[in-house]
Design a binder for this molecule. Sequence first.
Ligand SMILES: C[S@@+](CC[C@H](N)C(=O)[O-])C[C@H]1O[C@@H](n2cnc3c(N)ncnc32)[C@H](O)[C@@H]1O
Length: 245
Amino acid sequence: MKAVHAQNPAMKGSGRHRGIGGAASRRRAPVRLKTARGRKISSTLWLSRQLNDPYVAAAAAEGFRSRAAYKLLQLDEKFRLLRPGLRVVDLGAAPGGWSQVAARKTGLGKNPRARLVAMDLLKMDPIPGAVVLQGDFTGEDAPERIKKALDGRAGLVLSDMAASATGHKGTDHLRILALAELAHAFASEVLDKDGAFVCKLFQGGGEGAFMKSLKASFAEVRYAKPTASRGESAETYLVARGFRG
Ligand SMILES: C[S@@+](CC[C@H](N)C(=O)[O-])C[C@H]1O[C@@H](n2cnc3c(N)ncnc32)[C@H](O)[C@@H]1O
């Protein structure tokens, strides 16, 4: 994988980059698909979107396991979340794009202070230097397993967890909110003072109480929609910094 900062596409309005950088920025002629017999319209649309997505192409060119890597790069560009020697927990980590970015930016394996513990329901390929746990974060034993692997406190807790979409907006919103609340409760147990927490949400209007509890634990809480997050998706991120301890 090349230096992660070299290909970091822009956060909307950050002004740091003009458009998407490197591999993601090269404009390619759009790939048009003929509707194949036997392929559902939804599959054709998905395939067409994948083939024409600059972040999918960039991730493949740069060795990232997922296009999601660019979301964390863009959040980091804007909020300065990652630094050498940081101890990080990555929840909902598979296939591992965010973990790859965190590993590179913290100097995992080279910087003796850096640590990365990743968890996902799904099996995930190893990340050199990281502890990768397979398990359900909502399971009773999950927090203890992560704490044991972390062996100390963390400077950053990330949650990109999302259950499979049901297609019902309200249900998906409530389900991801429940995961984010659990992740916040866990972060409150392991974060260093001044640490940061990032979680994914699907917009839906039910996050008032959650925002309130985040604001009680952190000095600053902001919504962020990285450019790599598809515009048509209800996905958004909450970035909380300055854990009060
Ligand atoms: C959008 S993907 C994460 C992508 C990842 N950040 C990356 O960069 O490759 C969401 C992940 O959340 C995981 N997930 C959902 N519910 C979970 C749970 N209860 N415990 C652990 N992982 C969960 C899913 O298995 C899925 O891999």
